[in-house]
Design a protein around this ligand. Structure first.
Ligand code: ADP
Ligand code: MG
Length: 695
């Protein structure tokens, strides 16, 4: 009878070892996991309909009979579409699947079978159809269930209905063991129902539940989503509190060098650049080290802001280091510095993996002796044999995720400089709050004046010949171009072959044009050589399988062609497009689509033609692909939310963040009686890491 939340799931009545093993495949190991295995949707039996009356956009539940089940190969790829046609007395409709829910899913069905179809009606080329609906065997399914029914993600051998039964049992038998973890003042202030009540309601909706319930917008859903965000935000708040206990290298507003630098520029700073610099200045003069992220779209002018920050550190008698992810970028920064900083009397140098042994020794000695002011380089800058006399500011360029790693390496050396991180990946605000929640953010949301916009076209493959001949015209006028192929990890070999053969093909087609090929399997040195040749104009067209490195600036390249562009994420396409439009020439970007898979992927591509606003694109991307893919699943480091959705639930996220930060303000060490449950849970789930912050 009495289950504890940590009881293995197989002991829930009716589950047993076999079903237990299937649940484990879904990440459900214990009773606590099972009651947090939330319905991903609800089926409203009250909205039951017949096929003839369906309207696009509706979420419906209908009884029908299977007519046929087909799989259709997709164009030249190894993908398949599955098509299940169903009918009732009033008509017929197709259910399409662009991926299989799980292996063997379609073996559950046969023509003639009575089923219930639950899903959203979509309009595709003028036809109503379902995309990825849920299909249930009606015979097994009709056991007097009315009203709103939860739909759970299934797996082979484990239907949604079975899961529903298990969860019901788990909830009934765990009775009073579901604790309330949120402090009562938070529940009151944000009007949140209790955790226990919310769990019950979510799995067994009240008979009178309204529309908001099926959209996961009831107060009970809000409560669970709030809590998921709350834990994350509390963790970030603790981390930030920890940082604020460190001591910063003391600095003052020494602006003489910065003012000279600004005067030497051939342009005016944008308002956004000025604002960012002002925010940095405030941080530099504070008692705790700066941990700030500058977010600004490609070409928004982040470099100059970083250089200004460096002058302030130097004017205060400190050294500054600027670290880039690749040698090409480090070199680019160094060249800028010789142009901008040396004339002000600053001593600058470049240190990378390919710096010769003799130079390296000289630079290291100079750094240690304080004879260098600003050092540029790659990861080589924080290697163990590099010592600084007094590093006051570390700047990290083009990092996707803040260089925690770099920060720690420097701290191991006993150096606690101010940190400034720059990224051109426009991260929507909601996501930034979770990924960079412990950092302060400066936004450069304004482009320098006078940029000529890039002409963007989205075309099908059959236009390739025209696109290429347009490219030839541009080359004949002295310009350069990129041709990029996607690199899908699983089929890396296939794509590589594509790019290589296409490269050979292009050379044959245009014997007068000088091509080069760049791909991910090359050694770093080889890549750098190829990029160098391209930058110097020795090659005219760069064919590449991999994303051209972020931040590379070749102003003479004014054309970007992306093949199979539908396979890229929108943010990636935006980055690619950002490689052109950097010079005075009019620039072009052509996204070539393979056979479009759906209206959805076409609509996705059209966003690229509509806007060059990186933030709008990032929002759309995040909405369509979710944060894992958006950031690259492995490096995202994002906690897996079970119900919360960063885009849909942005408002709740904001509330949870406010609450978490308020909690720490009220009770920095979490010693208040109202917070003991919460503290215990933190210790349990996060271990010593976060509590290091509590002290
Ligand atoms: P990113 O933010 O992508 O790193 P950069 O710092 O490389 O961009 O700047 C892109 C280009 O814009 C550079 O050539 C830079 O000199 C120029 N630039 C920067 N700020 C301004 C400005 N306020 N007005 C005009 N041009 C600018
Ligand atoms: Mg840059």
């Amino acid at each position: 009878m009495n289950l504890r939340l940590d009881t293995p799931v197989q002991y829930v009545k009716g589950v047993g070892p076999r079903m237990g093993a299937l649940l484990e495949r879904k990440g459900v190991y214990r009773v606590g996991d099972l009651i947090e295995y939330y319905p991903r949707a609800y089926e409203d039996r009250r909205a039951a309909r017949n096929i003839a009356s369906l309207l696009p956009g509706e979420i419906v539940s209908l009884k029908a009979q299977i007519v046929s089940i087909y799989s259709i190969p997709m164009g030249n790829s190894y993908r398949k579409i599955y098509d299940v046609a169903v009918k009732d007395a009033t008509g017929q409709i197709h259910c399409k699947y662009f991926r299989i829910p799980y292996k063997g899913y379609f073996d559950n069905f046969r023509p003639g079978q009575e089923v219930r179809v639950v899903g959203k009606v979509t309009l595709y080329r003028g036809q109503r159809e379902f995309h990825h609906p849920d299909i249930f065997d009606a015979a097994k399914d009709e056991a007097g269930q009315e009203g709103l029914l939860p739909i759970y993600e299934e797996t082979e051998g484990l239907s949604s209905r079975k899961i529903m039964k298990f969860v019901e049992k788990a909830l009934a038998d765990s009775g009073d063991t579901i604790p309330e973890l949120l402090p009562s003042w938070v529940l009151e202030k944000y009007k949140l129902p209790l955790r226990k009540e919310s769990l019950h309601k979510i799995h067994k909706p009240p008979q009178l539940a309204d529309h908001s319930f099926s959209q996961l917008k009831s107060p009970y859903h809000r409560r669970i989503i709030f809590e998921e965000f709350f834990w994350l935000e509390l963790f970030l708040a603790l981390k930030k509190a920890g940082l604020q206990r460190e001591e910063a290298p003391p600095m003052k507003r020494e602006l003489a060098l910065a003012e000279k630098l600004i005067k030497s520029l051939p342009f005016q700073l944008t308002g956004a650049q000025k604002r960012a610099f002002e925010e940095i200045l405030t941080d530099l003069c504070a008692a705790h080290p700066m941990h700030r992220l500058i977010q600004g779209d490609v070409g928004s002018g982040k470099t100059i802001v970083a250089m200004l920050a460096a002058t302030v550190a130097v004017a205060n008698g400190y050294q500054a280091a600027v670290m880039a992810p690749t040698e090409i970028l480090a070199e680019q920064h160094f060249q800028n510095a010789t142009r901008l900083l040396e004339p002000l009397g600053l001593r600058v140098a470049l240190l990378t993996g390919s710096t010769g042994a003799k130079d390296r020794a000289a630079i290291q000695n100079a750094l240690k002796a304080g004879q260098l002011d600003v050092i540029f380089g790659t990861h080589a800058l924080i290697q163990s044999d590099v010592e600084y006399q007094n590093l006051g500011l570390a700047i990290i360029d083009e990092q996707h995720r803040f260089g925690v790693h770099q920060r720690n390496e420097l701290k191991r050396k006993g150096v606690f400089p101010h940190f400034l991180v720059m990224t051109a990946t426009p991260i929507p605000r909601t996501l930034a709050m979770t990924v960079y929640g412990d950092l302060d953010i400066s936004l450069i949301n304004e482009m320098p004046a006078g940029r000529t916009p890039i002409v963007t076209r989205v075309v099908y493959e059959n236009k390739r010949v025209q696109v290429l001949s347009f490219m030839r015209q541009q080359i004949e006028q002295g310009r350069q171009a990129y041709v990029v192929y996607p690199l899908v990890e699983e089929s890396e070999k296939v794509d590589l072959k594509d790019a290589v053969s296409e490269y050979e093909h292009l050379k044959e087609m245009f014997p007068k044009i000088k091509f080069d090929l760049l791909h991910g399997r090359m050694k770093a040195e080889e890549k750098d050589q190829i990029m160098k040749r391209f930058r110097e104009g020795a090659t005219q067209v760069l064919v590449s399988t991999t994303v051209i490195e972020v931040g590379v600036d070749v102003p003479n390249a004014n054309m970007m062609i992306v093949e199979h562009s539908e396979r890229f994420g929108l943010s990636q396409l935006h980055q690619l497009r950002g490689r052109v439009g950097r010079g005075t020439q009019k620039s072009y970007c052509v996204f070539i689509m393979g056979r479009a898979l759906s209206e959805e992927s076409k609509a996705r591509m059209e966003i690229m033609a509509e806007t060059t606003d990186g933030f709008r694109i990032a929002e759309a991307d995040l909405e369509m692909r979710g944060p894992g893919e958006f950031l690259g699943a492995r490096q995202s480091g994002l906690p897996g939310f079970k119900m919360a959705h960063l885009v849909r639930d942005a408002e709740i996220l904001q509330e949870a963040r406010t609450a978490a930060f308020e909690l720490l303000r009220r009770d920095p060490k979490l010693v208040h009686e109202d917070h003991t449950q919460l503290r215990a849970e933190l210790t349990r789930s996060q271990g010593a890491v976060s509590l290091a912050g509590v002290g």
